[in-house]
Design a protein around this ligand. Structure first.
Ligand SMILES: [Fe+2]
Length: 239
């Protein structure tokens, strides 16, 4: 059976608008496991309104989830990351070690507002790269200036940015689905995440999206974006 890595997930309990408590986390882990997810990078929000817990607090919660995984007796690995909402303060916080990179690597998951313009996103990516980090742009299909503008995606990838899409969008509404398909045709997507926030409303579903990608773009590419690339991040290797 294929194994998947979830690169974007709000599974840590009580730190943002994701899992409310350890019970929610447990239900999400069960679903993730059934879906074939075997590695999770927990990416709680680093965002003024949605959650901004300190690294120390996040690490404590991560250890609780690791204990829970042991109790459940499932084959699942969990690492700490963050979904970092970009603002000028982020550049300072990166320097001060206040930002959790993806599993302690040199990759950062960066989020923008749906309304941010392309020049702003471009400059932000460049600024974070200049601090020495690899930038993964979170759910690229959410930004109005990028959606349907495949030229912009190509440009960002040429700049060295990496592209993450949500599993639900791969099989989602017509416009988004078609846009992601076009990006994948050119191999412009590097990572997939569930962006799960709870066991029921936005849950960690992966399998249907993986099957769709395999059917449309082949097994090798599916394996690359659902498993291999993410594991390279955890080993701090190049993509
Ligand atoms: Fe998210």
């Amino acid at each position: 059976m294929d194994k998947y890595i979830d690169m974007h997930c709000h599974i840590l309990p009580g730190v943002d608008d994701g899992a409310k408590d350890l019970e929610d986390t447990k239900e999400m882990l069960k679903i993730a496991y059934q879906e074939g997810i075997r590695v999770i990078i927990a990416t709680p929000h680093h965002h003024d309104r949605r959650g901004k817990a300190s690294i120390e607090r996040l690490q404590r919660r991560l250890r609780e989830v690791e204990e829970l995984i042991d109790e459940m007796g499932i084959d699942m690995e969990i690492h700490l990351g963050m979904e970092v909402f970009f603002g000028q303060d982020i550049l300072e916080e990166l320097g001060e070690g206040m930002i959790a990179t993806m599993g302690g690597s040199e990759y950062v998951l960066l989020e923008f507002s749906p309304e941010d313009d392309f020049a702003y996103i471009q400059r932000a990516v460049q600024k974070v790269q200049m601090k020495g980090y690899g930038v993964i742009i979170a759910h690229v299909e959410r930004y109005m200036c990028l959606l349907k503008n495949i030229d912009h995606i190509r440009y960002l990838v040429e700049m060295g940015a990496y592209i993450q899409v949500n599993a639900s969008s791969i099989i989602g509404g017509f416009t988004v689905k078609r846009f992601i398909k076009a990006m994948m045709k050119e191999r412009l997507v590097h990572f997939v995440g569930t962006d799960a926030h709870s066991p029921n409303h936005r849950s960690p579903l992966m399998q249907k999206a993986a099957a769709y990608v395999e059917k449309k773009h082949g097994h090798d590419y599916m394996e690359r974006i659902f498993w291999k690339n993410g594991n390279r991040v955890l080993r701090n290797e190049n993509i």
